[in-house]
Design a protein around this ligand. Structure first.
Ligand code: CMP
Length: 149
């Protein structure tokens, strides 16, 4: 089934000059970027995105980190894209993430772990709605659509 998910290239990637590397991993996998914007996240957006972690001891640091530099927010479309992107990015704790995954190749940190992606279709819809309206999202076909996925 064609799905959409929310992906965010985190501040550590931005300041390390890794936007192209991270975007390239998603594009080369055959996923379609249908929305993309660089923003400095507001406190309200950060609280909303990470509401599920509100009671966690790391919540304040998480919001501080995510607002410490710009992020790139993405809407990504593809067959079973929620699951596919989670596999491409690897485990949350980058020390545990397998080589070949984005986090496994580019980080050793649990907090500064390069990239975020929604963990379910339900959360994808919620997280996309924080940053995008339907009219922000692009309609086009990738020329390699029948060759990659
Ligand atoms: P992310 O995919 O953005 O979703 C929530 C984030 O919280 C997660 O990636 C980690 O960066 C962060 N996180 C999860 N657990 C911890 C933890 N124990 N300490 C610090 N940060 C954490």
């Amino acid at each position: 089934m064609i799905e959409r998910t929310f992906v965010m290239i985190k501040p550590d990637s931005i300041v390390r000059g890794l936007i192209g590397e991270v975007l390239g991993r998603l594009e080369k996998k055959g996923l379609k970027i249908v929305g993309m914007r660089m923003i400095h996240m507001s406190e309200a957006q950060a609280n909303n995105l990470y509401a599920v972690h509100l009671e966690k001891p790391f919540f304040k640091d998480l919001v501080g980190f995510i607002r410490s530099a710009p992020v790139v927010v993405l809407a990504v479309e593809g067959e079973s894209v929620v699951t596919v992107v989670r596999r491409v990015i690897g485990a949350t704790d980058a020390k545990e993430a397998l080589p070949g995954t984005v986090r496994g190749d580019l980080s050793c940190s649990k907090s500064m772990n390069v990239i975020h992606a929604s963990d379910s279709l339900e959360n994808a819809q919620k997280e996309l709605s924080i940053f995008f309206t339907d009219s922000d999202l692009m309609k086009y076909s990738r020329l390699d659509a029948n060759w990659v996925c």
